[in-house]
Write a protein that binds this ligand. Structure first.
Ligand SMILES: Nc1ncnc2c1ncn2[C@@H]1O[C@H](COP(=O)(O)OP(=O)(O)OP(=O)(O)O)[C@@H](O)[C@H]1O
Ligand SMILES: Nc1ccn([C@@H]2O[C@H](COP(=O)(O)O)[C@@H](O)[C@H]2O)c(=O)n1
Length: 203
């Protein structure tokens, strides 16, 4: 069973994707972490966030230990990830890794921005998870001690605009994806709804 989960920043797609993976006994890939790792690697090396060839080289030889780095969740890393992910050379360098994860026997759950549209458009179950920007900002603010709610909201809106507005693999709902707006849902409620939607697509 292959499940594609997409949505904007802090919508809850990672929480839902992990819960689906546990429920259906599938491996899970957080593809945003790959872009964050490339962004973090670029910040560490002072590589320009506009230098496509240099960033693609970092992505192609990605140090997977960076996926465990706590700095991956910092706002500066998220911002860098959002900038470098607009570059086709970077996206191209991460494509094979994601597609081969999606192609493993038995299936997988992947979450990101372009899973249902580019990485696995053939996935039988696709969710587009969203929530209002205010709700997403409040959730992210609660996760980041010492953060400023207005700054978190501004960061989320800027990332939404960049992720949706780029030419290559923009954030958008696939035509055959089920929309799941979690603004008014608890985590448990959202997970139960997601399981039901996947079951109805794969029965
Ligand atoms: N339905 C919900 N109700 C309340 N809190 C939620 C809900 N879903 C997720 N959360 C919380 O919101 C925060 C963001 O969720 P999560 O990390 O799953 O979002 P995401 O879309 O994967 O974020 P990102 O794209 O930035 O990686 C987490 O603290 C999570 O526990
Ligand atoms: N499939 C994807 C996944 C992520 N991105 C970019 O990475 C940034 C960080 O992702 P999170 O899911 O961890 O928030 C995100 O803002 C996107 O710019 C992507 O382009 N494609």
């Amino acid at each position: 069973m292959l499940i594609a989960v997409d949505g904007p920043a802090a919508s809850g797609k990672g929480t839902i994707a992990r819960a689906l993976a546990r429920h259906f006994g599938l491996p899970h890939m957080d593809t945003g972490a790959l872009y964050r790792a490339v962004g973090l690697s670029a910040l560490d090396r002072a590589t320009s966030l506009d230098d496509g060839p240099a960033l693609a080289a970092l992505a192609a030889a990605l140090d997977l230990s960076l996926l465990e780095d706590p700095r991956l969740r910092h706002a500066a890393t998220a911002d860098a990830a959002s900038r470098i992910s607009a570059l086709p050379a970077v996206r191209g360098a991460l494509l094979a890794l994601q597609r081969s994860f999606a192609a493993q026997p038995g299936g997988a759950v992947l979450d990101g921005r372009d899973i249902g549209t580019v990485i696995a458009p053939h996935a039988p179950a696709k969710l587009f998870v969203t929530a209002s920007p205010q709700v997403r900002a409040a959730r992210r603010h609660a996760e980041l001690p010492g953060s400023d709610l207005d700054a978190v909201l501004a960061d989320i809106l800027a990332r939404d605009a960049r992720d949706s507005g780029r030419a290559d693999a923009p954030l958008k709902q696939a035509p055959d994806a089920d929309l799941l707006d979690t603004s008014e849902m608890t985590i448990d409620g959202a997970v139960q709804r997601a399981i039901h939607l996947v079951q109805s697509r794969t029965a």
